[in-house]
Ligand binder design. Structure first.
Ligand code: SAM
Length: 438
């Protein structure tokens, strides 16, 4: 359903447009939120983020309330007004926005969305919500309470059993900000001192030698040394990739599916003299971010646009010592950072992703030297993309064996599954494969 960005700037109208774009047009919040945030102050941008992503987390309950309040669903270009009403209800039920402002400002936003004639309806819906004290009438259906789509709730419950509840609540938690201090420019201790001087509270993590965790909401660009490349923003789970890959000086490395280059930068920072590192991605636009990030951090990588599943189009025939495959995946491990993912992913996407991951793995394996290492990574918590994918790969390839990452890493359940919230990290999966030398 085509819905151009509303011509008239209005905070709640713009928020409704973002929600509409995600839910009706399958657009990612990363794109549409940034578009509207450009025309608001940084305070209002933070508000837009909070309201739209909060709506994503509470969507099943909001939809139940709206269905009760609205006799007939709105159609065509009026549909967006339903999203505005949901945002209004969200403010009344889940935020500290004053009820008077929530109702009045939401009603006033209707004309910006072409809903001048529906101001009365928006007003009636919100007033009825208040009058009937609907915020006290919450569903006790566990799926609604989880804020997840039914298919994902069922998949996680089937896989994790009793542990699913903890995982689901972590998926709705607010994630901390993780920094990776650029060891080639500054030590973690010296950077920590800069943060202390700026009055920014932070902690270290034992498992991550370059990491600093900032709990408070912070505008990254305003942190000390951003433009000088003193740090990169990277979750703790993602910071394990370079460590597990274990690149050594003199080696030839392929970082596959590399954009925006978070792990490429880290691999470079853990070595001093690589023979070469290629950052490959199929998305040219995202590759420009790799270039920018390399420039900011002061690193050098060969950037190639290409499809990982068809190396004949971009590979020069020189085998690699190590390959990192950060595979395209469901991103179900990072829902706490991107609450819209749960609504963008459909059940049918998972099988297609599993097939794509397998075809990329099969295409890359011949590019690895005998004795070389391939690190497979996803930000998924679904075993079909992770341990099952690896088990099938090991069965298909007799010259592949498991190089364990931890004691629990076994041929039956290969790899390390990190769950969201574990040591404050995102959900992630790693598995290290060794290619036999003969
Ligand atoms: C999880 S993100 C990578 C994050 C990145 N490794 C980092 O640490 O910053 C997955 C990437 O895979 C890329 N991708 C998806 N399908 C691909 C393919 N067939 N070939 C190459 N890249 C692909 C996407 O464009 C996306 O940038």
């Amino acid at each position: 359903m085509n819905a151009p960005l509303p011509r008239k700037k209005n905070l709640r109208g713009d928020a409704a447009w973002v929600v509409f774009q995600i839910l009706e047009n399958g657009k990612s919040s990363r794109d549409c939120l940034a578009k509207v945030q450009q025309r608001h102050s940084s305070k209002d941008s933070a508000w837009l983020q909070e309201m739209t992503m909060g709506t994503m987390r509470q969507l099943p309950q909001l939809q139940i309330w709206l269905r009760r309040l609205l006799d007939k669903p709105l159609k065509g270009n009026k549909k967006i007004l339903e999203h505005l009403m949901m945002l209004g209800i969200y403010q009344l039920a889940f935020t500290r926005v004053s009820p008077h402002a929530a109702v009045a400002e939401t009603v006033n936003a209707a004309p910006a969305l072409g809903g001048d004639s529906l101001k009365g309806l928006v007003n009636a819906v919100l007033r009825n919500f208040q009058r009937q004290e609907m915020h006290t009438q919450v569903s006790d259906d566990p799926i609604v309470k989880s804020g997840m789509p039914k298919w994902l709730y069922q998949a996680l419950s089937a896989q994790y059993g009793d542990d699913a509840q903890a995982l689901l609540s972590q998926a709705n938690a607010i994630a901390p900000l993780w920094l990776r201090i650029n060891a080639s420019k500054v030590s973690r201790e010296a950077y920590s001192e800069k943060l202390t001087q700026a009055g920014i509270e932070h902690t270290f993590s034992d498992e991550h030698p370059q990491a600093i965790i900032v709990q408070s909401r912070t505008d990254v660009v305003s942190l000390p040394g951003y433009s000088d490349g003193l740090f990169a923003v990277q979750d703790g789970a993602a910071q394990l990739a370079a460590h597990y890959l274990g690149a050594q000086n003199g080696e030839r490395i392929l970082d596959c599916c590399a954009a925006p280059g978070g792990k490429t930068g880290h691999i470079i920072e853990t070595t001093t003299d690589l023979q070469s590192i290629i950052a490959l991605d199929s998305d040219g636009k995202r590759l420009t971010r790799v270039k920018e990030n390399m420039q900011r951090l002061g690193h050098k990588a060969t950037i190639i646009e290409g499809d990982a599943a068809t190396p004949a189009a971009w590979w020069d025939g020189e085998p690699f010592d190590r390959i990192l495959l950060d595979a395209p995946c469901s991103a179900t491990g990072v829902i706490r950072r991107h609450p819209d993912i749960r609504w963008l992913r459909k059940k049918t996407d998972i099988d297609a992703l599993v097939d794509l991951q397998a075809s990329i793995l099969d295409a890359l394996w011949p590019l690895l030297k005998p004795g070389g290492t391939l690190l497979y990574a996803t930000c998924s918590v679904l075993q079909s993309e992770n341990s099952e994918q690896m088990r099938h790969f090991l069965t298909r390839n007799q010259n592949a064996s498991l190089q364990p990452l931890s004691e629990s890493d076994s041929p039956q359940t290969p790899g390390r599954q990190i769950l969201p919230g574990e040591q404050q990290m995102d959900g992630f999966y790693y598995c290290r494969l060794l290619k036999s030398s003969n």
